[in-house]
Design a protein around this ligand. Structure first.
Ligand code: C2O
Ligand code: CU
Ligand code: CU
Length: 519
């Protein structure tokens, strides 16, 4: 028995000496042994479950039961345990709803949060739907009550998502596990898939990334509780980063291109996703749909609420283990409170690992541009806008306790309408951030195009690359101004909607306003 503790190449042979003192070696040419690093075992990747619809008169009907105290298994590199969480339909993981542009959808939400005694809603994040169906805090669902949302999908294929939005409990309900992905397809995307210009099937993977903190388990009960703390300015930052409810999962992949739809469903954390071998990858889509042209990058930053679709090519990586990581970045707000987390916003960490264990021939040649008729190729220009509205995000009261998160110096008031927008209008919304941490600004109802961005008060730089994609959530850095332009659809957009910071603790604590789209 020979064992090696070092990686490398070694020559071995046996040398025997007979009674006469003649030695001979076997085999006569030494064996060369290669010792490669054995990757450490990691928990297995889990796919999000797809909800099945019942189709009634061509309408896809779904039920989402908001449940509490559901025993959920959490796998991590240091073992598995059970944690009571909130879940839709008692599922072990957050679900996915699949739909196609043009589909009529009806989703009934039943509020079973009886012992928490909390209102809930399901908000359709990134959807172009009427205000009354939007699931905002103005239409809460009481305990034991239910509500059916009805809408027709009328927008480009996109990685949309849904989550509770009752005022004051959004952050904790999302943290405890109520959220889901809503993957919309359309004819353009389907034809790219059918002509092998986008990966499909097992090569199309949804990643819901959320950070969490769990109690210790000193008595080895196999159970841990979620730990939630909201102190300081940062919002809830967990010290364990879960992908589809598994900490640091390993996904076995083949030597081919993969389409990853990344959902940042975290309460407050921004990720700067990159590969640990510094390989480049393509970003093909943003919050509201595919980019006209895939954009080659070596990292992509996603703030809370943002999504992106990326293509990673493992074609040259047979037998390698490649990590998806979040790189270090400066999150500002020095020492202003990491919420007690040992993993601050901007700290680097590993997210998951791709184990390239299977060789295959990749049928996919990635698309190079979308057809002209794709929504994203109708660019909105400054000249089309009738109105520019300005929104300033700020914080006050750093001196401990009573910190306030404001938009235009106002705290959210559910009875106040902050902006009135004429249906059919094309508008520029100009967002600035005078605080010292970044805030992801999100507006309901439409998908926006970013016009330009830059230092507040300076010359703004016109969008290029990833910024040319559809956006519903945009990270605005301290002292930065971002201008985006959007059109409120005259048929779809009517009623009240929210705009807010998507750091859910900021939203729940006042960094939100209401706009009313009127005919
Ligand atoms: Cu994802 Cu108003 O929220
Ligand atoms: Cu939203
Ligand atoms: Cu914020």
């Amino acid at each position: 028995m020979v064992s090696f503790s070092t990686v490398g190449s070694f020559n071995i042979s046996l040398v025997a000496t007979d009674a006469q003192g003649n030695s001979s070696s076997f085999p006569s040419t030494p064996l060369t042994i290669s010792v490669v690093a054995q990757a450490i075992a990691l928990p297995t990747f889990k796919s999000l479950p797809i909800l099945t619809a019942s189709s009634v008169n061509g309408v896809a009907q779904y039920t989402l039961n908001a449940e509490e105290n559901v025993d959920v298994t959490v796998d991590s590199p240091d073992g598995s345990w059970i944690t009571p969480m909130m879940r839709y339909n008692d599922l072990p993981l957050q679900p996915v709803i699949l739909a196609k542009r043009g589909d009529e959808v009806e989703i009934t939400v039943n509020n079973h949060l009886t012992s928490s005694n909390e209102e809930t809603t399901a908000h359709w994040h990134g959807f172009k739907i009427p205000g009354v169906e939007d699931g905002g805090p103005d239409f809460p669902i009481a305990v034991n009550a239910s509500r059916t949302y009805r809408f027709t999908m009328n927008q480009a294929a996109a990685p949309l998502w849904f989550h509770p939005h009752a005022h004051g409990t959004t952050a904790t309900q999302v943290y405890k596990g109520l959220a889901g992905a809503f993957i919309l397809t359309d004819d353009i995307t389907q034809s790219l898939e059918e002509t092998n210009q986008l990966p499909t099937g097992d090569n199309d993977v949804a990643l819901l990334v959320q950070d969490r903190e769990f109690s210790d388990d000193p008595n080895n009960t196999g159970r841990r509780n979620l730990v939630y703390s909201n102190t300081g300015a940062s919002g809830m930052l967990g010290n364990r980063v879960l992908v589809n409810n598994v900490e640091m999962p390993a996904l076995e992949v083949t030597t081919s291109q993969y389409r990853f739809r990344i959902f940042n469903g975290s309460n407050a954390r921004t990720y700067d996703f990159a590969l640990d071998n510094n390989s480049t990858f393509y970003v093909i889509g943003t919050d509201g749909g595919l980019l006209n042209q895939p954009e080659l990058v070596d990292h992509i930053m996603l703030a809370a609420g943002e999504r992106a679709e990326v293509i990673i090519n493992f074609g040259d990586s047979f037998r390698q283990n490649i990590k998806l990581v979040s790189r270090a970045f400066s999150a500002g707000g020095g020492g202003m409170g990491g919420g007690g987390s040992s993993l601050a916003n901007g700290d680097p960490f590993d997210v998951m690992r791709f184990d390239v264990n299977v060789e295959t021939t990749d049928p996919v040649t990635l698309y190079t541009s979308l057809p002209n008729e794709a929504d994203i190729n109708s660019r909105l220009t400054e000249a089309m806008s009738e109105t520019t509205r300005t929104f300033v995000m700020s914080m006050s009261g750093m001196g401990g306790g009573g910190m306030q998160f404001l938009i235009n110096d106002k705290l959210f008031d559910i009875d106040r309408i902050d902006e009135v927008v004429p249906s059919g209008a094309t508008e520029i919304w100009e967002i600035s951030n005078t605080s010292n941490i970044a805030h992801p600004f999100h507006a309901h109802a439409i998908q926006w195009q970013i016009l330009d961005r830059g230092a507040s008060g300076g010359t703004l730089t016109p969008s290029k690359g990833i910024d040319l994609g559809w956006k519903d959530t945009v990270l605005v850095e301290p002292d930065e101004t971002v201008r985006f332009i959007g059109r409120f659809d005259p048929v779809i957009n009517i009623g009240k909607y929210m705009y807010h910071c998507h750091i859910l603790e900021h939203e729940d604590n006042g960094m939100m306003g209401t706009f009313n789209v009127i005919q």
